[in-house]
Design a binder for this molecule. Sequence first.
Ligand code: F6R
Length: 607
Amino acid sequence: MCGIVGYTGRRECRDILVNSLKKLEYRGYDSAGIAVIENGSIKTIKAKGKISEGLESKLAETGKLDAVTGIGHTRWATHGEPSDINSHPIGNSRITIVHNGIIENYRKLKSFLIDKGYNFESETDTETVAKLLDYYYTGNPIEAISKAVTDIEGAYALGIMFKDYPDMIYAVRKDSPLIVGSGNGEMFIASDMTALLEYTKEYYLLETGEIASIRADGVSFCDLHGNKLTKQIQTATWDVSEAEKGGFEHFMLKEIHEQPSAVKKTVSPRIKDGLPCFEECGLTDEMLRNYHHIYIIACGSAMHAGMIGKYIIESLARTPVIVDIASEFRYRNPLLKSDDLVVIVSQSGETADTKAALELANEVGADTLALVNVVGSSIAREAKMVMYTYAGPEISVASTKAYMVQSAFMYLLAFRVSLARGAISEDECRTLVKKLEEIPDLISDCISDLDPYRKAASRLIGADSLLYIGRGLDYALSMEGSLKLKEISYIHSESYAAGELKHGTISLIDDGMPVIAVATQRELLAKTISNMREVKTRGAYVIAVCPKGTAIDAESADEIIEIPAADDMLMPLVAVVPLQLIAYYASVLRGNDVDKPRNLAKSVTVE
Ligand code: F6R
């Protein structure tokens, strides 16, 4: 994971680097650092902890830096504990680097370099790259970079500075993302565009095997043999305000509030003549008719959106859907065939396991459709077909609006597959689409009064553990509710199919244990209520989440959170909102860093 940035231009670079790094802190916040070229020497300032804790205090001690070229890094530790010494930039007095990725053969490279007389200070894999560059460097940066990356196995995005070239930054990547931003008399590098939106919207996507040589007035690209390359400049569609808190206390709260518009932006462009339309990616009805199975592969919340997809596609289109956790799928020799459709779901488009699953599906010859939020990300580029979700930048580590739009897309897919396969008529499809288009207003209703969620959260914060239960779509949704809570509040929770409790888990229930029961499916309501009673009679404190007017009495629930009613099938898009907000307030009330929960990073580019 980790975030990297770089700047060369006419302005003092220190604040630009720190400011850009702050935008990337969601990628990791174990430590942060910058290196600049000041009076012809490389100067490095780095510290353990978040930028505001470590790096900024050190920079305050350092004072002004007279430098217009520099690189920066915010770290999610993989090799070596979070510490000052393991922080990036890493290098020596003539070469320094920032690195995102993992060098798999670093032990071998390290012993080679030790034999050559190098001493190592940190426990990082990155230090081997810095030393390898030094070993190969004889005055020509491109030659040193080419030789070094030829020896490296693994994933990397590297920002590199050579003391001998004080107004230049070099960049190279394989499997970890990196862009080169182009401004007016100034140039940048960054792991993604959110870091640069304040400065420019123009950028180049660096590809594997390409080296960028960047100076204030432009960039040149070459391959590893030094052959010149011409690349197309791109323009970002995201706006700078989308990557700022805009008056909200946390990004997560802001992103929850952005859900109605994110759903509209994602759904509306895919509706033509009242029906879902996938022309933009070339997915035709004929293809949808002929697929044998649909696989939905993803990690975490994106996988939970896939679970919603499975329930609705199977029940409406009567087509088998297999949802797989990407890290399992890729290693279990799946029964995937070339006549299957594989839907790859990812907000970042960079998740290592999801990307590897996509590569596997491509190898098998299946049709691959990426559902991705970040334009131009690796997964978007490698899939045969791509459709973007239009959530805008999601900064909070805990996914909310991205999950929401991924789930909303599942409905479009379910409706179109059902139509293509003759499971529903055009009229039925239009009615369903209309109902989907009403969802943004219901989400807005849900967030018009936040008190019930704060109150429910206050009940949970003293608990050691709790359960989320539900049946059918409510069970699929419970998985997301439970993940959200544990991720940011650090309270242990599990999601259970309500009917499964009696097969073991109910023994966990004791006095006062909170149970959040999601009860939005009318057909299953009586059964869910029985399960709520079973836990309540054993001492659980039951909080029910259900549509307004649902008949749930005091024997079944201690607290009821009523939400606007929609068609049962569409209820997950509404009912997830209280679950997100309960998790949010639980985290706030426990005094946690909501947007940057411990041990996590948003973009998981390691296995
Ligand atoms: C949880 C969360 C994660 C991501 C998962 C996949 O709140 O955000 O579980 O959903 O890491 O990330 P993407 O969608 O970027 O592939």
